[in-house]
Ligand binder design. Sequence first.
Ligand code: 2PG
Ligand code: MG
Length: 416
Amino acid sequence: MARILDVKGRRVWDSRGRATVEAEVTVGRGTTRLATGRAIAPVGASTGSREAKSLDASGAVRNINGLIRDALRSLSASDQKAVDERLIELDGSSDKSRLGANAMVAVSLACAHADAASEKIPLWKRLAGNARVALPVPQIQIFGGGAHARARVDIQDYMVVPIGAGSFAEALEWTAQIYAAAGARLAKKGTLQGVADEGGYWPAFKTNEEALTELVGAIADAGLEPGVDVGIALDVAATQLYRSGRYHLALENRTLAAADMQAMYLRWLERYPIVSIEDPFAENDAPAMQAFTKAAGDKVQIVGDDFFVTSADRVRSANGACNAVLLKPNQIGTLTETFACREAAKETGYRAIVSARSGETEDVSIVHLAVGWGVGQLKVGSFSRSERMAKWNEGLRIEEALGAKALPFPRKLFKK
Ligand code: 2PG
Ligand code: MG
């Protein structure tokens, strides 16, 4: 059994050029070093108010190199639950604000990597054990807006879901074609203004709906059939639009009541091949989330992000709101709590999607979680910028390593 010999924190930089924290955990037997695992905490921009709280990077690094290092040394690296419980106990706060969720998540993930490395296997295999696993269906951003593009469009993510692809590799081939086609369309229209925080195009559209028509156009331009080969996923990130009980669509210069938002979504569901909508209503607007799930939950995946903040308790008390949950390890602070949320989703019959944050790095841990836990879906942003491509490329390597041992690619998820 490998024990934790050392824990080290370091200040590094994310995809927005902002400081974040990296942790390195070294494990071994006696005083013999066997392996080192490493992980970097991501950083969100459209954060839910109930998310675990991160500290500034320097404070998080200080905690790793002091309190956390002292508390974890000599614990078994294979007992992830014990490691995470020790972190939670040491933190002692209700929102991870003492140690910092960024410090905790980096250490928790680095420990998992170190333990896998000590057994000379990749993390996904360590998590899967003997279970057969599949690659996840990706949600890939083509247009970015909201908090990731100075609200140029109100909706934060317009994504494609290659629902008809036969493999992860094919899903990425199709996405590459759509991403290129979308860029060409926007350039031709004169509406291309660069890329948003996650690498999707930053478009100068006149309405939020224009992005949907352009996305359908780009899928068709790529020679693929909208709704058959490729569906659309939205992340409205509606908490960002919610003020004084109404939803503010700045691009269209209008504010809508929840019922009007619902009517708009229902109309979009009729017109466009939308298979998934994330945070269609604000984190505190549970009645609207419940009403929409009642009205459309049999037709479309309704995902809670800010709404659930990766909390198993919040998923268990959803009371009919949403039918899927986004899993972001840094929203809750440890691997064990993220897994508990995944289990809560299973119990309640909700689907799950492992997700990156808008501030990312070369860290590819989340791809291993999606595969190893058999989550079925993965969202990591667009199809450009290396902090995103590193994750898609890691998926390709895992698919290759699994070979014929992989479960079939879960394309039946969204088949009508
Ligand atoms: C989200 C994420 C990723 P952020 O809202 O789902 O798109 O954004 O990391 O800024 O919360
Ligand atoms: Mg979201």
